[in-house]
Design a protein around this ligand. Structure first.
Ligand SMILES: Cc1ncc(C[n+]2csc(CCOP(=O)(O)OP(=O)(O)O)c2C)c(N)n1
Length: 895
């Protein structure tokens, strides 16, 4: 007998039904007489015996295509059938107002877009949450944290309208934030954007996949605060409602096992399985629900399938030989979509018509009743049961796979249609049908005109709505900034060594880590600091922090670390402070965002420093950083081992020449590329003050390098220039050339100035450019002020350079576009040097020669500018040779 063929998973043939029935009866009898624990024990013994017999059998990860929660386990609905009826009515009103808002907007301006079908499928999932589960922040409860499926935003606005938080004028300005402002109305952003609606939205979810990973790390960060005894968070739940199509994003699934490993039972995902995405079915030829069940179950989550409404219960009760369930098991999603798009008669023929037994089940219903059979995600009673089970499940995060119909209730105009995602225009008859479908008290004219509908304030449904929210502490979503300040330590306290470095050798990474260590030691401030790494702490010399503040682990340390004997041993602790995320930049940045928004989410300001390989930041997880910016994050991103020529041997994929270009495009990201430890100290101090004391919604990106250098002490009066983007480090009244350089290139510029003096008796002045992007922003702002406000404000860079006409050479270890960004504000001839192209593995010296950014190239470039068009080619070759530059070889390299 071939026992290698896995049996029992795909093979549904039952050759011995009698024998099968006996086995099942035995199991049932054990269950009845000895209980579930004994039944589980026996099954697991059987499984072991099967494996020992070489059967290679394992239980299928999938359960049948029916609800996980049995009817007998459903809790009573709070408020009974009266509440149920009111809530169904309210859901219909939300649906209408959401639809009216989108269609109205698109009648006026066809270009504005918006979605109807997604919310139509999610409305009931949201409503049960709003009525019974989603706690607002109040005196009794710190508030649940809810990540809303972004393109269902119209429904959240529709609810806020009924709650009295938005006016009908506001709804009229959906997706018209600019026009709204002119009319003193509140513009409604397309998707959840805290930047645009700072009192309303908490979490940006518009970019698919970012919501799920962010929700997971948010839940974990609550635990971190709890375990560090900074906050009591136990009653708070993180809810995330996401699309089934969205689960294909790698970020959506990336952190599932972490959530289970950390036992995040404060986390509930609700996946709106309407089986469709934008273009068509999510898994036309399979079951997305089953696929997700396998993935979540395999990762260790509690999985609840919520597939069929209460009106299916009597049908399943009649399904004596399992043919109905078997049909559901084998009907693929593409077909289920077709069933959703067609009427009762079609479903009778094509679904219930499959076998005689099913025909008989179908015969108990009229066509109208078949048409109205609900999927689980549209049945408030079933949804409540699933949420109740999820909220009470201990030890694991829960996912509810809620099956719905896309465009539910949109009838032939949209329900289950392939094109429903983008539908935003409805004909007269479709509107009337929708009104009738949800029994809305609107006249034909009102329906046709898309009038918003709000029941009287003292109507039972309005009273119910407001009572329910009052019982849960108020309205959600709601975002606050309590403006809590932290006393920032004085710079002398943690960075004296950097300000008075006096030529001591160190890299800026070493300086940063030492400052961090100092900040962590501060008796009152230190506990707010959150060091985050993605498995590179040793690379950045941070191993000493392992011992100093410990690595956070919910379980503490269950083993004796190999290096227990060393002073810097690998110390994990339940109250550990470092978030060591492992090799997941996406996870680490999601952690950083949770910490960087704690001032708002938890009314507890925290200060995260996420230190990472700079190349694996903006390039790798730029969209998550963009979302953090939207969310008004406050914290430090530290791009370490930065600079295309400074990282040396690591080569093309590691050498970062572009992060400063990308960070400059994020409006509230303040970027610096400092050369010296004292500059770094001034920047960190300024950042802490702006973020933690002035409550500015900015975050800092600072690049640091691993190149050791002699660090000078801080010159007097340099602070203003450091923060504004440039300060002079070598002045010369008669400078014939001015050299600007950032980060590691500064020492090359200083060496170039020396070369010019030694070789040609040419005088150069040198500036340290701490931030080309801040100089450029200032330049653009001044230029606009001159144009629009007739101001005479001069950009800082112009002020610094306007005293002479001598040429200016600007150097950066990033692509030339970075220094190029200040060209318009330089009042003389201007040349940029940068590191465009792919990186290479070699020594710093060879790389800087190759990219033509080292001292000799800067000196040669200066000479070429000073002698522009005044010297012959031969003379220039001779000058180059004197500088040590080989023009012939460089041309060959570039070629
Ligand atoms: C990263 C990203 N890619 C693409 C989109 C565009 N987009 C918006 S909604 C959508 C389909 C969503 O399908 P699903 O997650 O199944 O949600 P449904 O609308 O069906 O409920 C797409 C592709 C996006 N918003 N974000």
């Amino acid at each position: 007998m071939d026992m290698s063929q896995p049996q029992g998973i795909t093979d549904n043939l039952d050759s011995e039904p009698q024998e099968t029935a006996e086995w099942i009866a035995s199991l049932q009898s054990v269950l009845e007489t000895a209980g579930p624990a004994r039944a589980r024990f026996l099954l697991s013994k059987l499984s072991t015996a099967a494996r020992e017999a070489g059967l290679q059998w394992r239980d299928a990860r999938n359960t049948p295509y029916i609800n996980t929660i049995r009817v007998s386990d459903e809790p009573p609905y709070p408020g009974g059938s009266d509440a149920l009826a009111l809530e169904e009515k309210l859901a219909g009103i939300m649906r209408w107002n959401a639809l009216a808002m989108v269609v109205k907007t698109n009648r006026a301006y066809g270009e504005l877009g918006g979605h109807i079908a997604s919310y139509a499928s999610a409305a009931d999932l949201f409503e049960v949450g709003f009525h019974h589960f989603f706690h607002a922040r109040s005196a009794e409860h710190a508030g649940d944290l809810i990540y809303f499926q972004a393109h269902s935003a119209p429904g959240i606005y529709a609810r806020a309208f009924l709650e009295g938080r938005l006016s009908s004028d506001d709804l009229t300005y959906y997706r018209q934030e600019l026009s709204a402002k002119k009319q003193q109305a509140q513009g409604l952003s397309s998707y959840p954007h805290p930047w645009l609606m700072p009192d309303f939205w908490q979490f940006p979810t518009g970019s698919m996949g970012l919501g799920p990973i962010s929700a997971i790390y948010q839940a974990r960060f609550l635990r971190y605060l709890e375990h560090r005894q900074l906050l009591t968070t136990q009653s708070r739940t993180v809810w995330g409602v996401f699309g089934d199509g969205e689960m294909d994003e790698p970020e959506s699934l990336a952190a599932l096992s972490m959530a289970a490993r950390e036992k995040l039972d404060n986390l509930v995902f609700v996946i709106n399985c309407n089986l469709q995405r934008l273009d068509g079915p999510v898994r036309g030829n399979g079951h997305i629900v089953d696929e997700l069940e396998t993935l979540f179950d395999g990762a260790g989550w509690n999985v609840i399938k919520l597939l069929w409404g209460s009106d299916w219960d009597p049908l399943f009760a009649r399904d004596q030989n399992g043919e109905l369930v078997e049909a559901l098991n084998t009907t693929v999603d593409g077909q289920l979509q077709t069933f959703a798009a067609n009427d009762g008669a079609f479903n009778r023929e094509h679904f219930f018509g499959q076998t005689a037994a099913m025909q008989a089940i179908g015969a108990t219903l009229t066509d109208e009743e078949i048409d109205r059979l609900k999927r689980g995600g549209h049945d408030l009673r079933k949804i409540y049961a699933a949420y109740h089970a999820a909220a009470n499940h201990k030890g694991k995060p829960t996912v509810i796979l809620a099956q719905t119909k896309k465009g539910f209730g949109m009838g032939t105009a949209g329900q289950g249609k392939m094109t429903t995602h983008q539908q935003k225009k409805l004909e007269r008859q479709d509107l009337l049908d929708f009104r009738d479908r949800f029994q809305l008290p609107l006249t034909d004219e009102q329906a046709e005109n898309l009038s918003f509908y709000k029941p009287d304030a003292d109507s039972p449904e309005m009273r119910h709505l407001l009572q329910k929210r009052a019982a849960l502490g108020g309205f959600v979503p709601q975002r606050i900034d309590p403006q809590l300040s932290l006393a920032v330590p004085a710079i002398e306290q943690y960075a004296q060594f950097a300000c008075d470095a006096d030529g001591k050798e160190m890299s800026t990474t070493m300086a940063l880590v030492r400052m961090l260590g100092g900040l962590l030691k501060d008796a009152s401030f230190g506990k707010h600091v959150v060091p985050i790494v993605a498995d590179e702490a040793r690379t950045f010399g941070m191993a000493n922090l392992f011992r100093q503040v410990g690595i956070y682990s919910a379980q503490g340390q269950l083993y004796e670390p190999e290096d227990i004997g060393s002073i810097l041993y690998y110390r994990e602790a339940k109250d550990g402070q470092i978030l060591e995320e492992g090799i997941t930049e996406a996870g680490a940045i999601a952690s950083w965002t949770a910490a960087a928004t704690s001032y708002s989410v938890n009314s507890l300001p925290m200060l995260p420093f996420y230190i990472y390989y700079s190349m694996f930041g903006f390039q790798r997880v730029g969209d998550l950083i963009w979302a953090a910016a939207d969310q008004r994050a406050r914290g430090f991103l530290i791009g370490a081992t930065s600079g295309r020529t400074t990282l040396g041997g690591e080569g093309l994929q590691h050498q970062d020449g572009s992060s400063h270009l990308m960070s400059a495009a994020i409006p509230n990201c303040i970027s610096y590329d400092p050369a010296y430890a004292y500059e770094l100290a001034v920047i960190v101090q300024d950042g802490m003050q702006r973020m933690l004391q002035n409550h500015e919604d900015v975050f800092y990106y600072i690049t640091v390098t691993n190149e050791n250098e002699a660090q000078p002490s801080m010159p007097a009066n340099s602070k203003n220039g450091i923060l504004r983007g440039m300060h002079c480090v070598a002045a010369h009244e008669k400078a014939e050339v001015r050299l600007l350089a950032s980060g590691p290139m500064l020492k090359e510029a200083i060496a170039a100035a020396q070369l010019l003096k030694d070789l040609f008796n040419i005088h150069a002045a040198v500036w340290s450019v701490t931030s080309y992007s801040q100089l450029a922003r200032d330049g653009i702002a001044c230029e606009r002020a001159q144009r629009v406000q007739q101001s005479d404000a001069l950009p800082w860079i112009t002020q610094e350079l306007q005293t002479s006409n001598s040429p200016v050479i600007a150097v950066s270890d990033y692509v030339r576009a970075v220094p190029e960004s200040v060209r318009a504000f330089v009042p003389s001839r201007f040349v940029t040097l940068g590191t465009d192209g792919f990186g290479r593995s070699d020594t710093r010296a060879n790389l800087r020669d190759y990219f033509e950014v080292d001292a000799k190239w800067i000196a040669y470039t200066a000479m070429a500018e000073i002698y522009a068009n005044k010297k012959s080619a031969e003379d220039m070759h001779a000058i180059a040779k004197k500088c040590g530059v080989d023009l012939q070889q460089s041309l060959a390299m570039v070629g």
